[in-house]
Write a protein that binds this ligand. Structure first.
Ligand code: TYC
Length: 102
C-alpha cells in the first residue's frame, strides 16, 4: 500500500495528457458535384490555396477519396460538417468525413 504512491512516477498512467490525437478530414468523390464547386469549398472551408485545392479535388476524383488536412478532433469534425452543409445548401451530394490518424 505505502509503496504504490512512491513507485508511481506518473509518466505511464492513463491520466497523462500526452499529445492529442489528430484527425484527418477526408474528401469523398461522387459523380454529381461539379469540380469547380469542390475546389471552391476546399478554398472557403479549409483555406486551401487554389493549386492545392485543385490537386486534392483531382486526387479524390481519380482515387475515390483524398485527405484534405489534419486537425484536432473538434476542428476536423466542425470543418467536415460545415463543408458538407455548404454542399447540401447548394443541392450537391458532396461528402466530407473525418477519422483518427494511425
Ligand atoms: N467526380 C466529380 C465530377 O466528375 C467531381 C468531384 C471531385 C466530386 C472530387 C467530388 O470529392 C469530389 N464532376
Amino acid at each position: 500500500m505505502k509503496n504504490e504512491t512512491i513507485l508511481d512516477d506518473g509518466l505511464q498512467n492513463d491520466l497523462k495528457p500526452g499529445r492529442p490525437r489528430l484527425y484527418k478530414a477526408i474528401l469523398v468523390n461522387d459523380d454529381y458535384t461539379p469540380r469547380e464547386f469542390v475546389v471552391n469549398v476546399l478554398r472557403a472551408e479549409f483555406r486551401l490555396a487554389d493549386e492545392q485545392a485543385t490537386k486534392v479535388m483531382s486526387t479524390a476524383h481519380q482515387r475515390g477519396a483524398c485527405v484534405v488536412a489534419v486537425f484536432t478532433k473538434d476542428v476536423a469534425e466542425a470543418k467536415v460538417i460545415s463543408a458538407t452543409d455548404a454542399a447540401r445548401r447548394n443541392g450537391f451530394p458532396l461528402l466530407f468525413t473525418s477519422e483518427p490518424e494511425e
